[in-house]
Design a protein around this ligand. Structure first.
Ligand SMILES: [Zn+2]
Length: 305
């Protein structure tokens, strides 16, 4: 009887580390990268599309994954918003922030949250998501564009969520639960996942993660959520300290992009163990141990027991 342990990331570590950063602020994302890149920390930048080819974006984000953050940073129409929708057209000079307003564009509305945001009905929202996806894929390539990130978090619109899933968006990020609530487990529902740290608690959650005992499971640590969070709070020191402390430690952490971690974990689940062999039917190289011995289980290969 052999003891097979499949729960390892590349490098035979159990703890992954990543980030999810929204909105594509060129100046501040560059500053953010000045910290994380030398530390070897990888992650995903979530962009709203509408990027011109040959723009500076491809060079800046080279080596990182890209997520779909919907064109126009659109929010979704839902029942609560419908209740306060007025019939008149939006006029920035007279609009009352308590209400929503129609615009000249069918299915597009303006509501006030932190500012006058764009809200789209389901059909338009899906169109904007699709346009964003097409734009990002044309710039960064199909392989690198993974995940859909609701602008402003979960939009409380289940039919729209179902439609996004039906259009095969993966890794739909709901919001930021900024404290760990589940022992740094991988998200139970990848279509409704949350990051688990931001600049307000990276010091504390980083220490918890580092000290978290090995329970034999794959772990997930993901900080977010805008480069401007560090700038606006004047707290780049938090990121700097984090990178100094937790960067460049490949013997303990697997640094990867969000979708890369989710894809890897899904591949681990597909490993088949029989009396004769351990089989990797996936297109991802996996790292396991057999009776405590490290074994690289190449894509579409098997290890004879
Ligand atoms: Zn955003």
């Amino acid at each position: 009887m052999h003891i097979i342990d499949k729960n390892f990331y590349p490098g035979w570590v159990r703890k992954s580390m990543t980030f999810t950063i929204d909105d594509g602020n060129l100046r501040l994302d560059k500053k953010f990268l000045d910290y994380v890149k030398p530390a070897g920390i990888k992650g995903t930048f979530n962009l709203c599309g509408n990027i011109a080819v040959n723009d500076v974006f491809p060079a800046l984000y080279d080596g990182y994954e890209i997520g779909n953050h919907c064109r126009m940073h659109a929010n979704a129409m839902n029942d609560e918003r419908r209740k306060i929708l007025r019939d008149e057209l939006f006029d920035a000079n007279t609009a009352d922030p308590k209400y929503g307003y129609r615009t000249e564009t069918e299915g597009l509305y303006r509501y006030h949250t932190y500012a006058w945001i764009y809200v789209a009905d389901d059909d338009l929202y899906l169109k904007l998501a699709r346009e964003c996806q097409e734009n990002l894929v044309s710039i960064f390539g199909e392989e690198r564009v993974k995940g859909f990130i609701w602008p402003c978090g979960w939009q409380n619109n289940i039919p729209l969520w179902e439609k996004l899933k039906a259009e095969s968006y993966h890794n739909i990020r709901a919001t930021g639960c900024v404290k760990d609530t589940n022992g740094f487990s991988l998200p139970a529902d990848l279509m409704h996942w949350s990051f688990n740290s931001n600049y307000t608690c990276m010091k504390e959650t980083g220490e918890q993660y580092e000290a978290y005992p090995d329970d034999g499971q794959l772990k997930f640590y993901c900080f977010g959520v805008h480069s401007h969070d560090f700038e606006n709070a004047g707290r780049w020191d938090v990121l700097e300290d984090f990178c100094d402390r937790y960067g460049n430690r490949p013997c303990e952490f697997w640094y990867a992009c969000v979708g890369e971690i989710f894809d890897y974990a899904a591949a681990v689940e597909k490993v088949i163990v029989t009396d004769e062999a351990v089989v990797n039917p996936t297109d991802i190289d996996l790292y396991i141990t057999v009776d405590g011995k490290r074994v690289s289980l190449r894509r579409r290969s098997e290890y004879k027991l």
